[in-house]
Design a protein around this ligand. Sequence first.
Ligand code: GCU
Length: 332
Amino acid sequence: LLLVGCATCLLLAIAAVAVATGAAMAPADRVELKLGHSLDQNHPVHLAMEFMKERLAEKSSGTMILEIRPNGQLGAETECLSLVQRGVLAMTKTSAAPLENFVPEMAVFGIPFLFEDEAHFWRVLHSDLGNDLLEAGADSGLRGLSYYDAGARSFYTISRPIMTPEDLKGLLIRVQESPTSIAMIESLGGSPTPVDFGDLYTALQQGVVDGAENNPPSFYTNRHYEVCKHLSLDQHTRTPDVLIISQRWWQRLTPQQQQWLAEAAQESAEYERKLWQEKTQEALAGAEERGVTIHHPDLEPFRQSVSSMVESYAGTPTGDLIEKIQAMGGEQ
Ligand code: GCU
């Protein structure tokens, strides 16, 4: 009897340990998500992703861990997108520009002077159309979670300022890996040269390109101002950044985990939007202090130069999106 009793105790004890360890090791319980992106650690979008990491850990009581790898450590944006699509990497944050190679609808964010102002831009992003665009990549493996403000992109150059489209003639201008960005520079008269963001500082320094275009925080945090002393605020495009999770990883999460992540992504986007204005002002002031001249060109000649490019999309899916977005302008 004594022997039987002991054996039962032992079995119960083993069962208890098995349940405890089994629960702790169940695959759905603890999730580590690796996120690769190309920006610097001082960039507002990176800071917002750090905030997301904290919020996710809090919501999940430390069971969902985000490991953020900045500065293109895991590859340039197109490479990260391809890794995420295949499920090799869980998450990434890229500009909508290279995303158009995977999700063709994203090309619309590369159309110059599409948005009347910031209010128009956010009205579109927060509409059904904006949500549909975010989810448009899910079938091809790339599920958008949220948009980050990436302001407006403007030209910066090494030797002479861009005041009119004529000033771009003969200049090699770095572009993102995006057909629409290439078409835009061509329509303005420059020579587009795709270079990965992580290689751009060296390309500018070595004179491989004569200039580039980006938003002020990216120009500043990657120290492109050390080489380019002219920033011309023509604000040709408002191309958002997009936070993406691999559809394969998303499907492996429980509904509860999906909810925590979606909420943390949302809070991170709101946090970033507040930070953006302040960091943009800081970047402009910081660049000026370091010898950059900020120019305010007349935008009309730029608009006119790209008008035939914009018209060339008529009747295409991008053309339809352009029309829908234009129809949302001028509203309150
Ligand atoms: C923006 C964007 C980056 C992108 C960069 C670029 O800064 O936030 O994600 O890499 O543009 O021009 O490549």
